[in-house]
Design a protein around this ligand. Structure first.
Ligand code: ACO
Length: 388
């Protein structure tokens, strides 16, 4: 492929890399013009209704939905990898209890040995096995850390349950109903990948240096944290608590917009209208509100949505309604980002493997706008390094 050798000063700056296409990818299509999202060609809203998390993981990793026996094999493999590795069992209690859950997950994840983690030279089977291990382990790390933080012993994984069922059991402390499990699994499916978003890009940047898969995933978790990305969901729930009741939503939003503050859970770099995941999540949030008989949060969010649409013309993104669903399942808002990370593990690892398969160092440039080259002042030229 021809390489550009032009003078970087003459190039236009693409702030936030907006509109820049860094690579080809055959994993996920984000069609911003028609507000659609497809994993390997399948509409994500269909997958959320009809597929298991294992189906979607296999789809993202291989390009095809599994047969029934492949699905069962993956279900058993993921279940068999859930136990916390012995080295981490002793490390997790040393992570400060007051660390935010996503920070603790990032710390724990980076403590997984990178020595046996695959990098580009490793064969595809080893890469795939590590992708499964990381996907299987993320819920264990999250739920063990939560319980340790509360001074409780971690719950052993239950290999008779599926990935999402056992994750929800360990998050909430009990096996949940079929309906609750189905809702939670749909949420995980909706978060499993999202083309070249910021955390996936971070994973791919690390992978492009030939770093191992653990490093790639750790970079992604660190990048997910910010409130402009995966941290928005927790802030949506904080906003809901500040609003208090639906009739106060419009006043709250107007005041925020007048102060030129951003409303979390709205807006997107690529979608021109509503994020298709938000459409499904709104519906699931409404269903949960009806089923539990507690619609306060859902009703506040509906009013927030109406107000933001009216005053700013912005549409909801994936982070607006997910917290309402987690709340209805008894999951605290601090875990929002960590659940997002666990759900995104198949996507991040699929992208890392795609990067490994066609490696090119991702190394952009900056347009220098600082001082022009100049001489050191005379009174500094006599100083010998280390003489102070
Ligand atoms: N609230 C208020 N104004 C907004 C919002 C918002 N949520 N989103 C965008 N805008 C405004 C900006 O203030 C800006 O206005 P201006 O031109 O008058 O200054 C304009 O829309 C364009 O905003 P940018 O930040 O340039 O657009 P960008 O494509 O970078 O924004 C982003 C995308 C970061 C998601 C933005 O919409 C935002 O901050 N949303 C709130 C945070 C959020 O919900 N993040 C989760 C996104 S989904 C995910 O990552 C999982």
């Amino acid at each position: 492929m021809a390489r550009s050798t032009g003078n970087p000063r003459s190039k236009e700056v693409a702030r936030g890399l907006e509109g820049v296409i860094e690579s080809d990818s055959s994993i996920t299509l984000l069609d911003g013009a028609s507000n659609k999202l497809y994993y390997r060609g399948y509409d994500v809203t269909e997958l959320a209704r009809h597929s298991t998390f294992e189906d979607v993981a296999e789809l993202l990793w291989t390009g095809e939905l599994p047969t029934l026996s492949q699905r069962n094999n993956l279900l058993h493999r993921l279940a068999s990898m859930r136990k916390c590795p012995p080295g981490l069992r002793t490390f997790l209690p040393q992570i400060p209890r007051d660390m935010a859950p996503l920070d603790a997950l990032r710390t724990a994840m980076s403590a997984l040995s990178p020595h046996d983690a695959p990098s580009p030279g490793t064969d595809g089977a080893a890469q795939r096995e590590m992708a499964e291990r990381l996907t299987s382990l993320a819920p264990t790390l999250i739920t063990d850390l939560v319980r340790l933080g509360k001074g409780m012993a971690p719950l052993d994984p239950d290999p008779s349950l599926s990935h999402s069922e056992d994750f929800l059991r360990r998050l909430t402390g009990s096996i949940r109903s079929q309906e609750e499990n189905r809702v939670f699994e749909s949420v995980l499916v909706l978060h499993a990948d999202h083309e070249m978003n910021t955390s996936t890009f971070a994973a791919r940047v690390a992978a492009s240096t030939s770093a191992d898969m653990v490093s790639g995933v750790t970079s992604a978790i660190a990048t997910l944290k910010g409130p402009l990305h995966g941290g928005a969901g927790e802030q949506v729930m904080e906003m809901v608590e500040s609003i208090g009741k639906p009739e106060d939503a419009d006043r709250f939003i107007r005041a925020k917009l007048e102060r030129r503050e951003r409303i979390m859970g709205f807006g997107h770099r690529v979608y021109r209208g509503e994020d298709p995941r938000a459409t499904v999540l709104r519906e699931l949030s409404r269903e949960r509100a009806e089923r539990t008989g507690d619609s306060r949060i859902h009703d506040i969010l509906t009013e927030v949505e109406r107000s933001v649409r009216k005053h700013r013309g912005l549409f909801p993104n994936v982070d607006l309604y997910s917290g309402s669903i987690y709340h209805s399942l008894g999951i605290s808002r601090e875990l929002h980002g960590s659940i997002f990370a666990a759900a995104r593990m198949p996507g991040w690892t699929a992208h890392i493997m795609e990067e490994y398969a066609d490696l090119r160092l991702i190394c952009p440039q900056a347009r220098y706008v600082g001082r022009p080259p100049r001489q050191l002042p005379e009174d500094r030229t006599g100083v010998v390094a280390g003489s102070r």
